[in-house]
Design a protein around this ligand. Sequence first.
Ligand SMILES: C=C1C[C@]23C[C@@]1(O)CC[C@H]2[C@@]12CC[C@H](O)[C@@](C)(C(=O)O1)[C@H]2[C@@H]3C(=O)O
Ligand SMILES: O=C(O)CCC(=O)C(=O)O
Ligand SMILES: [Fe+2]
Length: 481
Amino acid sequence: MASAIACHLFYSGPLHARRSQSYDPFSPTPLLSICSRAAPQESAPIPARRCERMSERRAPSTSAPKQRRPPRQGAALSLLPRRPPAGPLRADLYKHHHEPSHFSPTCTCCITTSTRHSSPIVRASSASTLTLACRSRPDTAMVVLANPPAVDQIPLLRSPGPTDTFAAVPVVDLSIPSAARAIVDACERFGFFKVVNHGVDTATMDRAESEAVEFFAQAQAVKDRAGPAYPSGGYGSKRIGLNGDMGWLEYLLLAVHNASISDSCAVPSNAAFRAALNESIAAVRKVAVRVLEAMAEGLGIAPVDALSAMVTEQGSDQVFRVNHYPPCPALPGLGCSATGFGEHTDPQIISVLRSNGTSGLQIDDGAQWVSVPSDRDAFFVNVGDSLQVLTNGRFKSVKHRVVTNSLKSRVSFIYFAGPPLAQRIAPLPELLREGEESLYKEFTWGEYKKAAYKTRLGDNRLAQFEKSPGRGIEQSTMAND
Ligand SMILES: C=C1C[C@]23C[C@@]1(O)CC[C@H]2[C@@]12CC[C@H](O)[C@@](C)(C(=O)O1)[C@H]2[C@@H]3C(=O)O
Ligand SMILES: O=C(O)CCC(=O)C(=O)O
Ligand SMILES: [Fe+2]
């Protein structure tokens, strides 16, 4: 809806450009949020609930993917404790005060007051100027950049609360025979599960983790030299994909050949980091293979490597991703946090994830967003779009996202197991009941991948391959009844 309230976390990018070399670009202080109507240019109080409605209840886009960029809105803002910046910012300084017409959208005091008294908030904004009226304590100053550099935006999500916890995450013990059945069950119910007793030495993942922490702690200029992430792998910051998605993260996106980083991928160049990553890629890939073998067994498909061979054969399209989410201050008055990685499904067959134990991952359990309790000793497996098709909708590709943590950084490794580009993605004949037809049009992984890279993160990528749009998910629900 054109007049829907948009709620975004604004920052002026690149923040690091205004700081010293060693400055962490994701330092939590210089952030501010603003909630404004896209149109008309009027303002209103934003109860915390709104953030959720805007970000989470947005109808999934089923239209043909377009090259879209988010609208450029507002100005870059920084919230500063007491003193204006010493740095070279060209800024107009506004002091909070207690005039009833004045309001700061990020000041807790203002927000709580406004939600109680429903007074007007932010008035009008254009790309170059922003008039902010503040009603608050006089001890906080706000800077409005007169001519902000390119303003990027990161959507806000409702901060996870204790009651959102996904306590019933299916846990698969990979060392016992019933793992096969448990995997199928979890894939049908959620498209998501946790794997324990996987046989990977903790030290392997820990080594890669500490190397990654060291890599991301480097000066921005050094990291930028490792980029870009596209087209053949490298470093990326905040921009996800090529179509305007933004998240509060930096990452390495690495092409994998056989079981190690592809030679075509010059990043990372540091030998110790590269070796540690290669060790962890080999280990996670083994977990993926074991999971796919157990899955084939559970589905009653022969041979046992029917699925795993797709991701191990020559030319298989594997990607390894290292994500770093620096801490990002929540907006307590709004009950909102910045998006780390926006909601999406993974296009591949499965993805296997390991994190450093900082929470943030959420999945859509079919009814709501639930927070997955972190576990650095386990791996988490997502069913991807391709597996949904291979099972004709019996397994669901799980919608997931990452919400930033206000105190701790999150480091995650994800191995995306994709088949060779020429692999036909169609329901496995053994899984079709008599008379059952494919819900999807024919396509190869290469065709799907190409189409996926034209979509925005949150788009329903499979929709354009469904024979009757919308039926894919319905059918999979029926299969569970
Ligand atoms: C917005 C995008 C990022 C993505 C490519 C895409 O156009 C749509 C799919 C996205 C995704 C999600 C899972 C993985 O993180 C990823 C590497 C992938 O294969 O598909 C990303 C892509 C990306 O970050 O480039
Ligand atoms: O970083 C994470 O924990 C998840 C990220 C993710 O879903 C992805 O990279 O596709
Ligand atoms: Fe993902």
